[in-house]
Design a binder for this molecule. Structure first.
Ligand SMILES: [Zn+2]
Length: 326
């Protein structure tokens, strides 16, 4: 048994239970802060929505949710702590930065022109992991990285290199965002080449790609992969769940369940002007925090996937990935 950091403090790994590895209680694309006049942050609404989401997933036996929100997209550890304290749900937060295409890039781009960018990002990750985020005392339980569609840019590489170093030194796992499932093998190679432990790396959103040969190439590097966008269908270059399920069933059949984690990348509260949630649920009706349990897992019975294999993906793999223990 190992100890890992949640927003309420250290927790023993055997207390994690059923875990959703990549969700968002709150998220905003950088720039939302400029629209505060029309879209002010309603903390109370966000908190209430968080309690509701926690209740919905807890009703399916979920005991832990990883909030994979990067630092510059509305990460809010104190709010997560309040939601966790009120509901008893374990919540793990992240330290990380988003992709060059969708993150807030000017800050570290400018700093890296006048100094060692990797070192500066390293210092930020290191301080947050070792001592806490800002003055909250809350320590992240994962590092979050992201790359662009079809490439890992120089800007993004700074974060990958710094994260691999902090992961090695502090024993914290790394969870990634691949854009439309691209650059999976490259992300794994980059991180492992920088000394990260494959057992502490999760290549995320890989289910954006339904090419079995490609998925197996990522798995053969020894890392975990995330089928973690279930329900996000057809909007941002993403495949239908039926295609994802076909891949999932095939990979489980080949014995890869011990490397696969499941989640939905659900955004529970969008920062900025209201109305986004309504549009999103209109174009992606399956995207919801319980989609995995309501719609995806029932498919397993038809495919002969066992309850034990589901437990491997929802309980054992998150525990091993997050804690580094057995
Ligand atoms: Zn996400």
């Amino acid at each position: 048994m190992k100890i890992l950091n949640t927003v309420t403090g250290p927790v023993a790994s055997d207390r994690l239970g059923k875990t959703l590895i990549h969700e968002h209680f709150v998220f905003g694309y950088p720039g939302w802060e400029g629209d505060l006049t029309l879209g002010p942050f309603d903390r109370e609404a966000c908190f209430r929505a968080g309690l509701e989401m926690a209740g919905k997933v807890q009703a399916h036996g979920v005991q832990t949710v990883v909030d994979a929100t990067p630092n510059e997209t509305g990460r809010n550890p104190l709010l997560l702590k309040e939601i966790s304290e009120k509901t008893g749900l374990n919540i793990v937060c992240a330290s990380g930065y988003y992709s060059e295409a969708e993150g807030a890039t000017p800050y570290f781009k400018l700093r890296s022109k006048f100094g060692d960018g990797v070192q500066q990002v390293y210092e930020m990750f290191k301080k947050e992991v070792a001592e806490g985020i800002g003055t909250t005392g809350i320590r992240p339980g994962v590092l979050k990285l992201a790359s662009s569609k079809g490439e890992i840019t120089d800007y993004e590489r700074m974060f990958f290199k710094a994260a691999a170093r902090v992961s090695r030194e502090e024993g914290i796992p790394i969870l990634t965002h691949t854009e439309e499932g691209t650059q999976g093998p490259e992300q794994a190679e980059l991180l492992l080449g920088e000394g990260a432990d494959p057992g502490r790396v999760l290549i995320g959103h890989i289910c954006g790609n339904t090419d079995i040969d490609y998925l197996m190439r990522v798995l053969e590097t020894g890392v975990f992969i995330g089928f973690d966008r279930l329900g996000i269908e057809g909007l941002v270059g993403t495949p239908l769940d039926s295609r994802r399920e076909a891949c999932l069933i095939g990979l489980i059949g080949l014995g890869y369940a011990p490397q696969i984690l499941l989640s939905q990348d659900w955004v529970n509260h969008w920062l900025g002007r209201p109305g986004v949630a309504d549009i999103v649920s209109m174009v992606m009706p399956n995207w919801k925090p319980t989609h995995l349990f309501d719609d995806v897992l029932p498919v397993r019975e038809k495919a002969g996937i066992t309850a034990g294999q589901i437990e491997t993906m929802l309980v054992d793999n998150p525990r091993r990935f997050l804690s580094g223990g057995a």
